[in-house]
Design a protein around this ligand. Sequence first.
Ligand code: ZN
Length: 142
Amino acid sequence: MSCYPDLTPCDYFGFDHQGHLLAVGWLDGTQEYSSGSVTEEDYRHLETLIETAFQPLLIMGSHQCNLCQFDGVSGYKNLFILDQGAILVAPELILHYINQHHYLPPKRFMTAMRRIESTTTLDYKKQLLATHGQFLLKGNQS
Ligand SMILES: [Zn+2]
C-alpha cells in the first residue's frame, strides 16, 4: 500500500483534487508514525463510521498491513472525513493500526470524525460536494 505522511495530499485515487484530499493513517512500515492511546469511545465511533462508510464509485485495490510481522490483515474500504474545506481520507486499516500497532491519528482527524455521525446521509453528500469531493461521487473517468 502507498504511504503518505499524515495530513499530506493523497494522490492514491488518481484524481486532481487540488490539495483538498489529505491522508490520515496510510502507514506502510517504512516510515515512523505517531503512537499513543486512543479512548475506547473514539475507537468504537471510528469503527461504526468505517463499518457503514460511504464508498466512492472508483475502482481501488486493497490495502494490507505491513506492520504486522506475519499475515498482515487487509482491507479495501476508505473513510472520507470532511473537515474545514478538506477531505481527510483514512484506509479502514486505521482501526487495525490503532488497535494492534498503537497508531495515534492526528488531533485534527479525531476531532473531525467525532463530529460526524454517519457518512451515508444526504447532508454528508452535500458537504462532500461543497468540499471539492465531486470526483468521489462520479466514479472513474479521465
Ligand atoms: Zn498489522
